[in-house]
Design a protein around this ligand. Sequence first.
Ligand code: SF4
Ligand code: SF4
Length: 120
Amino acid sequence: MLIILRKIMKTGVATKDSFALTPTKKYRGKLTVDGATCTACTVCVTTCPVSAITIDTTENETRLSFDYTKCMYCGLCADVCPENAIIQTNEPKICTKQREQLIETFLITSETGDQNGTDN
Ligand code: SF4
Ligand code: SF4
């Protein structure tokens, strides 16, 4: 008990949960993609300085993924998207111990994106 009290005296006590605070509007948080607008042009993929964006195409679908193990939330991808399909939200960054939860994937549903995703 004494040890705990000594520690509290030394470090203080958190009286507010910092994760419960609402980020400001300008807070650079998670990214989101409008799958109906994205044309899978790959401009964001080639622009991302840390290769955090991938576009995977299978026979049936095209998906755009953000790898938050790499992303540094610079917002360049949203700036360069010619369709304004990427929006950088002020949603707080993900905290997890599970690496796979740091990959976020969006289905591209636009016709152009679908066409890019198939062999003609
Ligand atoms: S999100 Fe924008 S820049 Fe990225 S592939 Fe889609 S249309 Fe192109
Ligand atoms: S915010 Fe920056 S680092 Fe993250 S995916 Fe977009 S361009 Fe890459």
